[in-house]
Design a protein around this ligand. Sequence first.
Ligand SMILES: Nc1ncnc2c1ncn2[C@@H]1O[C@H](COP(=O)(O)OP(=O)(O)OP(=O)(O)O)[C@@H](O)[C@H]1O
Ligand code: SF4
Ligand SMILES: [Mg+2]
Length: 376
Amino acid sequence: MPLSLQSEPHSDPHAALPGGGRPEREPNALEVEDLRVYFDTEEGEIRAVDGVSFHMRRGRILALVGESGCGKSVTSYSILRLIQSPGRIQGGSIRFYPKPADGGAETAPIDIASLTEKDERLFDLRGGKISMIFQEPMTALSPVHTVGNQIIEAIRLHQDLDKQQARDKAVEMLGKVGIPGPEKRIDQYPFEMSGGMRQRVVIAMALVCNPEILIADEPTTALDVTIQAQIMGLIKRLQSEMNTSTLLITHDLGVVGQLADDVAVMYLGRIVEQGNVRELMKNPRHPYTLMLLKSLPGMSAGKARLSSIKGSVPSLRELPAGCPFHPRCPFAVKGRCDVGDRPKLEKVSETRGVACIRWNEITDGDIAAIDKEPTR
Ligand SMILES: Nc1ncnc2c1ncn2[C@@H]1O[C@H](COP(=O)(O)OP(=O)(O)OP(=O)(O)O)[C@@H](O)[C@H]1O
Ligand code: SF4
Ligand SMILES: [Mg+2]
């Protein structure tokens, strides 16, 4: 697959960020703008998420990717307002656009970031309109209750159904996620199931209230490769059947290419590139995205060799000046990339946002030159 940072005809690069504004063609389900989440630690303030903006299109899958510790989980927890002390949402907005009733008009968005803890809308959103598959799925299930009782409880919290109706619905959902004999399995405890089956239960629980937004945070980390593929396929199938807007958090760019419609690439607490998956993977504009793609087997610009990103991710406590990717960036220019503020995410085409001051300067020749450098 060719990789290139070549420019394309673009609109005003200083136009609104991709996170802002609602495109005419498709309504957004969620818009996150300038989100900042800080942690107060003994060593000082950690800005885990520091100015994140992105949007999710209704009924689509947005993948959030980036190396470990870049703030993916903190971002997703913020959407459900699950950040706990010593963390806090320092600023920004998280606008949720509820789906209008059939034939009805769009209603005003809810800014989740500004709701108080006691606001009933927050209760309605959590596990109802927005639900989450956590990074550690085994901790999402209680070991002392049957899977059925846990799903039934989730249903009855958000839907006006009696016990039998909720049980019927739970059985139906367990069947939908591919659990054989759901009428019997519903009365089992999690320890009586395999890891893959438990993960299916977690997915059933997340989807049983037909959420408008599903957040899946590394939903297959603990599973073996074959089961991972099955679970990812299941999420994709259910997402398209139920038309759920999905935020899929993953390290795996291969999965992104197969499942997602849009992608946002995160580095040290900010989005550095966002766009349509196919376009972005074919033609990345940010050097970090380019290097992530190059580290994928078989995607190294026609070369058989596997390159990796040099160096390690700097500490959030001691961010380098200028572009924080500059110590690792093969295209960094002294005196430009290592001074001043972090580059902002700029809209460089209708669908693409990039945070790199050189996105329009780097040529195919520059990229070919780094391929010739000795493997780091
Ligand atoms: N409870 C906490 N106290 C202090 N700092 C925290 C806490 N939780 C998260 N952080 C900080 O937030 C950063 C981002 O964490 P986060 O869990 O969002 O990373 P991630 O991108 O999800 O990584 P991974 O891919 O490993 O799951 C961490 O590097 C850490 O510095
Ligand atoms: S701003 Fe400079 S250091 Fe940062 S990604 Fe762009 S070229 Fe690399
Ligand atoms: Mg995480």
